[in-house]
Design a protein around this ligand. Sequence first.
Ligand code: GDP
Length: 473
Amino acid sequence: ELANRMAERVADVVKALMKMGMMVTQNQPIDADTAELIVEEFGHRIQRVSDADVEDVIAGVEDSEADLQSRPPVITIMGHVDHGKTSLLDSIRNANVTAGEAGGITQHIGAYQVKTESGAVLTFLDTPGHAAFTSMRSRGAQVTDIVVLVVAADDSVMPQTIEAINHSKAAGVPMIVAINKCDKPAADPMKVRTELLQHEVVVEAMSGEVQDVEVSAKTGKGLDELLEAIALQAEILELKANPDRAAEGAVIEAQLDVGRGPVATVLVQKGTLRQGDIFVVGEQWGKVRALVDDKGERVAEAGPSVPVEVLGLNGTPEAGDVLNVVETEAQAREIAEYRSNLAKEKRAAAGAATTLEQLMQKAKDDKNVAELPILVKADVQGSAEAIVQAMEKIGNDEVRVRVLHYGVGAITDTDVGLAEASGAPIMGFNVRANASARNTANQKGVEIRYYSVIYDLVDDVKAAASGLLSNEI
Ligand code: GDP
């Protein structure tokens, strides 16, 4: 394409690229900066018609102060297991289902919005837990404005409570403490407040700055107060976004739906996402065919802090991927392809490094530790992470499981390639391999196993690991 536009021979362009140390074939996309160098090298005039990545496309779109309007806060609930995160999310949501919707289906799309009594709108991420929070952050998507730290009044501060405190501090996200299960006779809210002091969380009741509210997810006591506390915190933060620009958002959840194809729940962060918009999201692109809100209703558009299900993707993105609306389909396609090639190269490099590293590790360990490499593909990010966590627990000083790669969506040729290079089986959880991947796997002798129950998957890997143990040692 580049050679064509310069009216130069393809072979010459490829040669010039190789001289620059880039081993490319004639159909491989190159980044805009490299293309510029080549154009200069050949003595042509540069005119940028489209760019390699979104950063270039949207560069220069700065929101001026006057364009900014206040937006709802986005809240993540964290805390120790069994302290009532899920119950709290459910009761906040149910208390807010208006009469008209009562009995209607509550749609779980990964986030929902509620209105407080004083009229403030709040967006809750419906995936409690730290994995979601950290994996989003590690992928560069900072979506949470406020953390609600749930601590059970009958159990007080526990390891995951401390972990949650550390996470929100590291992310610089303000915290509100919800002291839950206050309906229980054994509840001791003061003990919670005192123990929090040891972790440098000084709540208001202890003359500190962190708001604390006594609640019961079971009886509903204190929930309104909690929502107002959140609204107050949001006011202090003065959260703003420009609704009148090309939309940008973060993927909260994504899955391959049998009937609807790839579906992603996107939390819009800037601009307004509309039906018909063309977008790129991670390595995927698409055109918004429909938007579905948290009540399961079709909507025409979604502004800042609004979560919506997006239909019309050409593939399944990953949680934490950023969505950007672009102008043309060609642009979207080009960016997605560019990113996907880049990722492929990275994976190939990682694959080679892994085998090398494994060899060295094996030599270093003097054959004492055997490794069972596996690849995991699942229908949703949450399941993939749960499986990886379970895998990491399997093993002892003689054998361990190594997850080479995990991801969301159908098993593809890329997965099979990586698995083959490392002699790993592919574990599919609620996903299938596409036809081409099935063929390649057959040819190369890569094993693909399908599961719909996490325990079954874990049991099989355990069995394989112990097999490795008895065979090799
Ligand atoms: P999570 O693991 O933090 O999501 O906790 P869950 O929401 O699953 O709650 C764990 C257990 O505590 C469940 O059996 C809930 O019914 C119970 N529970 C949650 N909140 C309350 C509460 O306010 N009062 C009482 N008595 N039990 C609660």
